[in-house]
Design a protein. Structure first.
Length: 107
């Protein structure tokens, strides 16, 4: 079972495809979850996911600007896709039948 940030990162990688790198992953998570996500947490979690074999890294070409640096890109692996799908299924089963009041506490 994946942790919340691991799940969010793998989902963000699926949304971003080959354009995924640290800052784009962070922006995707923040945009979709409407929660701040510390940049350092993204990289620590990416390293943990890499050790599990769920993501791999590759270095892109330097950006076409003066002094442009190469980006370290990330892609989800087949094992990562399976882990994402299984965690999503488990979460959906846990939430099935719950009546969630999303307005609770917003009075």
């Amino acid at each position: 079972m994946l942790g919340e940030l691991e799940l969010s990162i793998l989902a963000a990688l699926e949304h971003l495809g080959d354009d995924a790198y640290g800052a784009s992953i962070q922006a995707e998570i923040e945009s979709r979850s409407e929660r701040p996500t510390p940049f350092g947490s993204v990289y620590v979690t990416l390293e943990r996911l890499a050790k599990k074999g769920y993501v791999s890294f590759w270095i892109g070409d330097p950006r076409p600007v003066q002094g442009g640096r190469s980006r370290k890109h990330v892609r989800i692996t087949p094992a990562g896709r399976r882990a994402l799908a299984e965690s999503a299924r488990r979460l959906n089963r846990m939430l099935a039948g719950l009546r969630l009041n999303t307005d609770a506490g917003r009075r």
